[in-house]
Ligand binder design. Structure first.
Ligand SMILES: [Zn+2]
Length: 310
């Protein structure tokens, strides 16, 4: 074996044992740690056997959907719902229609255990979305008043499933942002977590009405997680949230609503809270800057991804 290959393999093996995931938690307050499946070894479904050979040219890759078999009853439910509605396949197609990837990247719905969330697993070439995260979001949507009709009506099971699909889209495209920054070594100023939230909103808001609703679903989930934070606001948890890489759940709720509104203020006027719409998500004090914020987000990501968009 040539020395260069041996060295590359040694470096890759060491790196694998250190850290191979960019975790993206901060929701998940509603999930149940009681149903924790056993920890599993990192999957290597998509990573090549020789990590030194990954320097493929942009355009050779694509997103590919994978559903791990659910290992708990709750996870089996999320697996059944996501796979029946072909949610990951839809995400893969939506991403593949827009962005070139250097290699095959898995979009894997997985058993993570505990307050599982989502992560970009660089060495596995995999975006992992945990069934537990879908379950946490489901609990938020089940408590909400349907699709924001403000009438206090319970949402139908189909509405809840659709909102969970929306949340899954919002989270996976957030992780795709981490993946793109990593794979293409893109620069990011400020908090990377905010930058990739911005990419996710940009991708969803500039598609069809259904994908714009997915951004709204994701905003609502952050709002629900923020309410759970307030109900369980121990000092140590608050400090942890302040210290975390992510913006606070409440901030993410308003950011997602703001950037969606800013993408098309006329189409999303119902998001602004005023005397006619007291149930609107977005205070007027923020709404005024949202179109500007969105335009800058669009310019930044369009510039960064110029060589990689289809
Ligand atoms: Zn993240």
């Amino acid at each position: 074996m040539p020395d260069a290959v041996r060295l590359a393999r040694a470096v890759a093996a060491t790196a694998l044992t250190l850290a191979a995931a960019s975790a993206c938690s901060s929701g998940g307050a509603a999930s149940s740690p009681a149903a924790t499946p056993p920890a599993r070894e990192p999957a290597a479904r998509f990573a090549p056997t020789d990590p030194a050979s990954t320097g493929a040219s942009p355009g050779d890759g694509r997103l590919e959907a994978v559903y791990e078999p659910g290992m708990t009853k709750a996870n089996q439910r999320e697996e059944a719902t996501l796979s029946k509605n072909k949610v990951l396949e839809g995400i893969a197609k939506y991403g593949n229609d827009r962005i070139r990837l250097p290699y095959v990247v898995g979009v894997t719905a997985a058993n993570c255990g505990g307050d599982g969330d989502a992560s970009w697993r660089s060495f596995q070439h995999e975006i992992q979305f945990c069934y537990e995260f879908a379950e946490s979001a489901r609990k938020i949507y089940e408590k909400a008043d349907g699709r924001g009709d403000g009438q206090g009506k319970k949402p139908s099971a189909a509405q809840v499933d659709d909102s969970v699909a929306g949340f899954t889209n919002g989270i996976v495209f957030h992780e795709l942002g981490h993946a793109l920054i990593d794979m293409y070594d893109l620069p990011a100023t400020g908090k990377e977590e905010d930058a990739v939230d911005q990419l996710s909103v940009l991708l969803l808001a500039t598609g069809d009405d259904q994908h714009a609703r997915y951004a709204l679903d994701t905003s609502k989930a952050w709002g629900g997680f923020a309410q759970a934070d307030e109900a369980d606001g121990s000092a140590s948890k608050r400090l942890e949230a302040y210290a975390a890489e992510h913006s606070l759940n409440a901030q993410r709720h308003f950011n997602w609503a703001c950037w969606l509104y800013g993408s098309n203020p006329r189409a999303h006027a119902e998001l602004v809270r005023d005397k006619d719409r007291p149930g609107g998500a977005l205070p007027e004090s923020r709404a005024g800057s949202c179109a500007n914020e969105f335009n800058r987000i669009k310019k930044a990501w369009t510039t960064l991804l110029k060589p990689y968009v289809k």
